[in-house]
Ligand binder design. Structure first.
Ligand code: NAD
Ligand code: IPM
Ligand code: MN
Length: 359
């Protein structure tokens, strides 16, 4: 049966890295005999320019019909005026909310290349393998917003149901991994965090007594994540804390350009995107790292299409490309960088080795 994949390239480096991820899925389709069908739609700044809306109705309708969605990035200086009423980021947030994608998985498993590229000391990085589960459709991002001439507010709100469902996902992943979950909050100050902590404790006691649950305040967590990253297995947290902690965690991998993500709801349909943004400072130059988006395609294969072997093949091909020295400017030594296209090709040729004619 065919799988319908909606592709949303978006803005900045979005189209450049998305192209590499689509090529990855096409290579997997050919190698394993799957019929993947792609439909490209507008989102973000590109959609604002074409239609006036960051998430046009046609895009949302296509996403609702799809088996999976692959997204590049949205945003950029052209649409960032603080007084703008329509913003690219609203399109992405509306999509996550409309599809009920409340659990955002952000795995961090540094490849040996990180030893050279990360500012973190190499002996701290060996054996790091953590999964951040970020709540994605609640909290400050979606609370009521008010703007007056001389003050503004963003309401942070969470219901027990919203906390429970993302925690169950995180506990489930912890159970299937090394059995450890750290729940990150700011319960010493925030009421939503106290509800979060209470709920985590209850769900842990009643439903996951086999998972070791710890709580950590977000400020000290920002430090522990760098000081002792190996100690963490699954980390679960609310929307804004998860956003910030995962950009920090990208330093463990050596670059923001290496971290993929999967946004999941209760069904199989998911949204797959790198954790980085549209990187306006390097957009259009063919130098962005495509691996975070190619690894997001691997997560798409795993979580929405149930193709574990294929997902692993992509992950191994990316690891082999990194081993071979196919490093873009964010990872390479000065003067040694390869282009987005060359880095992508290093993965694609490992996924689909060319037939060599015997001499
Ligand atoms: P960013 O993630 O776009 O860039 C941060 C830094 O990392 C930049 O120096 C950039 O060049 C570098 N970088 C990011 N991805 C890279 C890659 N694949 N290869 C090499 N280097 C890479 O964050 P920012 O500059 O704070 O935000 C720029 C825009 O992106 C903003 O409009 C923001 O809202 C948007 N954004 C979108 C998403 C998304 O669409 N999911 C995520 C984050 C930020
Ligand atoms: C991310 C981004 C988005 C977020 C923005 C662009 C809305 O930073 O996906 O991490 O904050 O969720
Ligand atoms: Mn972010």
């Amino acid at each position: 049966m065919a799988s319908e994949i909606v592709v949303l390239p978006g803005d900045g480096i979005g189209p450049e890295v998305t192209r590499a991820a689509v090529a990855t899925l096409q290579a997997v389709g050919r190698r394993y005999g799957h019929d993947f069908r792609f439909q490209t739609h507008l989102i973000g700044g590109a959609a604002i320019d074409a239609t006036g809306e960051p998430l046009p109705a046609a895009t949302l309708a296509a996403c609702r019909q799809a088996d999976a969605i692959l997204l590049g990035a949205v945003g950029g200086p052209k649409w960032s005026d603080p007084s703008a009423t329509v913003r690219p980021e609203q399109g992405l947030l509306a999509l996550r909310q409309a599809l009920g994608l409340y659990a955002n998985l952000r795995p961090v498993r540094p490849h040996p290349v990180a030893l050279g590229a990360s500012p973190v000391k190499p002996h701290l990085l060996a054996g790091v393998d953590l999964l951040v589960v970020r709540e994605l459709t609640g909290g400050l991002y979606f609370g009521e917003k008010q703007r007056h001439a001389d003050r503004a507010s963003d309401l942070c709100e969470y219901s027990v149901l919203e906390i429970e469902r993302v925690l169950r996902r995180a506990f489930g992943f912890a159970r299937a991994r090394r059995g450890k979950l750290v729940s990150v909050d700011k319960a010493n100050v925030l009421e939503t965090s106290r509800l979060w902590r209470e709920t985590a404790t209850r769900i842990g006691r009643e439903e996951y007594p086999d998972v070791a649950l710890d709580h950590q305040l977000v400020d000290s967590m920002a430090m522990h994540l760098i000081a002792r990253p190996r100690d963490f297995d699954v980390v679960v947290t609310e929307n804004l804390f998860g956003d910030i902690l995962t950009d920090e965690a990208s330093l463990l991998a050596g670059s923001l350009g290496l971290l993929p993500s999967a946004s999941l709801g209760d069904g199989r349909r998911g949204l797959y995107e790198p954790i980085h943004g549209s990187a306006p400072d390097i957009a259009g130059r063919g130098i962005a790292n495509p691996f975070a988006t190619m690894l997001s395609a691997a997560l798409l294969l795993r979580h929405s299409l149930g193709l574990e072997e294929e997902a692993l093949a992509v992950e191994l091909a990316v690891a082999a490309a990194l081993d071979s020295g196919a490093l873009t400017a964010d990872l390479a030594a000065p003067g040694q960088a390869v282009s987005t296209q060359a880095a992508a090709d290093a993965v694609l040729e490992r996924l689909e080795p060319r037939c060599h004619v015997a001499e």
